[in-house]
Each structure stands twice: as structure tokens, then as C-alpha cells.
Design a protein around this ligand. Structure first.
Ligand code: ADP
Ligand code: MG
Length: 287
């Protein structure tokens, strides 16, 4: 079954879409290889027969989508087409992949939200109102892979998305004020989500382990401030590997490894490599 990971923020623009894009494009397939492009989708709606290994990014942020603009893609097929298909109950099988377009070659697929906030909100609410049965059905129809849903800032509708997911990745900035907003919302979010973790973007005065302890979370992942890596990610360019530092791509890999540990079925779970606890990759090295 394809797993569903919701990425959200509580306040401001801390980097939720950036994180969602990295998760969808860096998430490995079951065998650790890049997908074969079987999920390649077109405006006429072809897609993988069972969605095996497909990595999907669904933009459901009611303030409007960004990724189509970042990658120079069309806004359709996208969220509005998917919401209309769900509303009419017209599709079966992997309907999310059906309304997606290629995001990487080969590999990940994007269901973009329109840039217009009014349209994006209508699409996101329409999907949520029609329950998540259709989204779950599409995920069950796929034998593996991931659906990353960027819901933007959490409100009631976005929290219901989080409740329907296998995992919630909450993204916040590292400032004291941002962490206070997270602390105020954390108990409600823990109650809503099957499992959640926090990604802290940029400079932070606290060790990640201390934040995790105070918030009662298994994991808080630091994501370093790295404009060059974000720029490459947005353009779809390979990240420049730098030695001797904790880079954003490496931190995203740590985050993905942690989320996979919690959402993937035991059979598909890879053994955690030793670097998962390595001081050069952990939060300790860049707090
Ligand atoms: N790790 C990071 N390093 C540097 N800049 C970042 C990072 N994460 C996000 N940004 C920048 O922060 C801004 C908001 O990012 P975005 O992902 O659109 O946030 P959100 O989806 O939460 O509104 C963008 O200008 C983006 O380039
Ligand atoms: Mg966003």
C-alpha cells in the first residue's frame, strides 16, 4: 500500500512546500532504486497500472500552489481535476496518479494546486468534504510508494488531512516564537495524527533532543538554512554535495529515513544505516 505523509505548518512560511518537494523527490522506492517512470502521467490520464513505487506530491494548500511555477509546469492536470473526479465518483484505481504530471525524470509525479488561493481552497475542501475514502482507495490500489500532501498552514480542513495520513511532518522555523506556536498546538496535533514529527528550519537556540523531549515527540529533525540547496531543489537540479558540513539534502535524507521507519510495513522496512545515528548527520552537529 502507498503510504500518505502530510506536510504542514502552524504559522508563517517556514518551508513546508520545500520540505514536501524534497520528501517526494528524495523518497526511495522499495528496492532503493529510482522509480522506472511507470507512473508517467499525461493530460489524457495514463498512469501506472498499480502505482507501484510511485512517489506523488499532491498540493492541497488552500493558499495556492507553488511547485508548478517553480518547475515551469502547467496547473492542469492537477488538484481541481482530481477533486472533480472524486466528486463525481467517476474514477477508480490510482486516480491520484491519473491527475498527476511528471515532476522528475524518471520518478516523482506532481498533482499541482492552482496558484489562485480561491481555486486551491475550493479543490482542497472539495477533496476533504468528499471524505478521504477516494484518496485511501487510490493508495490501497498502489502496492507501494508514497503520497506526500502539502496542506500548508493547519486549519480545521488541513488538520483533517493530517488525521487521514500515516504521518504528519510539521515544519516550523527555529525561533522561540515559532516553537511556542508549535507547543500551543502540539497536543491537538498528536491526537489527530497517527504519528508525527517536527522539522525545524534554520537557526535554533535549542538542541533538537531537548525540543523533542519538551514536546513529547519521537523525533525533531533540524533542516539547515541552505538557500543554494533550496534553489537547486526548486529547479530540479542535483544538489551540490559539500563535504564536512551538514547539508539540507543530507538532513532531508535523515527525515525521510525516520518517517519511513514509522510508516512503512515491516517487510518493506530497510535496516537503518549506521549514519542514522552518526554525529555528522544528527541534529547535534548543527544546532
Ligand atoms: N532550508 C531552507 N534554507 C533556505 N531557505 C529556505 C529553506 N526552507 C525554506 N526556505 C525559503 O523560505 C521561503 C518559504 O519556503 P516555502 O517552502 O515556500 O514555505 P511554506 O510552504 O511553508 O510557505 C522560500 O523563500 C524558501 O526558499
Ligand atoms: Mg507552501
Amino acid at each position: 500500500m502507498r503510504r500518505m505523509v502530510v506536510v504542514a505548518s502552524v504559522k508563517g512560511a517556514p518551508g513546508a512546500t520545500t520540505t514536501a518537494l524534497a520528501l517526494a523527490t528524495q523518497w526511495p522506492t522499495v528496492d532503493g532504486e529510482a522509480p522506472t517512470g511507470r507512473g508517467r502521467s499525461t493530460s489524457t490520464g495514463t498512469s501506472a497500472s498499480d502505482g507501484a513505487g510511485v512517489r506523488l506530491l499532491l498540493e492541497a494548500d488552500p493558499s495556492g500552489g507553488d511547485v508548478a511555477a517553480w518547475r515551469g509546469l502547467s496547473q492542469s492536470p492537477g488538484l481541481l481535476d482530481l477533486a472533480a473526479a472524486v466528486r463525481h465518483g467517476s474514477d477508480s484505481g490510482d486516480l491520484i496518479a491519473r491527475w498527476a504530471q511528471p515532476l522528475t525524470k524518471p520518478g516523482a509525479l506532481l498533482v499541482p494546486a492552482p496558484a489562485s488561493a480561491a481555486q486551491a481552497r475550493a479543490g482542497s475542501e472539495l477533496l476533504a468534504r468528499n471524505s478521504f475514502a477516494a484518496v485511501r482507495g487510490a493508495n490501497e490500489a498502489a502496492s507501494s510508494g508514497v503520497l506526500v500532501v502539502d496542506v500548508g498552514r493547519l486549519g480545521p480542513v488541513e488538520t483533517s488531512w493530517a488525521g487521514a495520513a500515516d504521518a504528519l511532518v510539521l515544519v516550523c522555523k527555529g525561533g522561540v516564537d515559532a516553537l511556542a506556536h508549535v507547543a500551543a498546538a502540539i497536543e491537538d496535533l498528536k491526537a489527530a495524527a497517527s504519528w508525527m514529527c517536527l522539522a525545524v528550519v534554520g537557526p535554533c537556540p535549542y538542541p533538537m533532543a531537548e525540543i523533542a523531549r519538551n514536546l513529547g515527540l519521537d523525533r525533531v529533525q533540524h533542516l539547515p538554512w541552505d538557500p543554494d540547496a533550496v534553489d537547486a531543489l526548486r529547479r530540479g537540479a542535483p544538489p551540490r554535495r559539500r563535504r564536512g558540513r551538514h547539508t539540507l539534502p543530507a538532513a532531508m535524507e535523515d527525515l525521510i529515513r525516520e518517517v519511513r521507519r514509522h510508516v512503512e510495513l515491516p517487510a518493506a522496512r530497510p535496516a537503518a544505516p549506521p549514519s542514522a545515528e552518526s554525529p555528522t548527520h544528527g541534529w547535534e552537529s548543527h544546532r
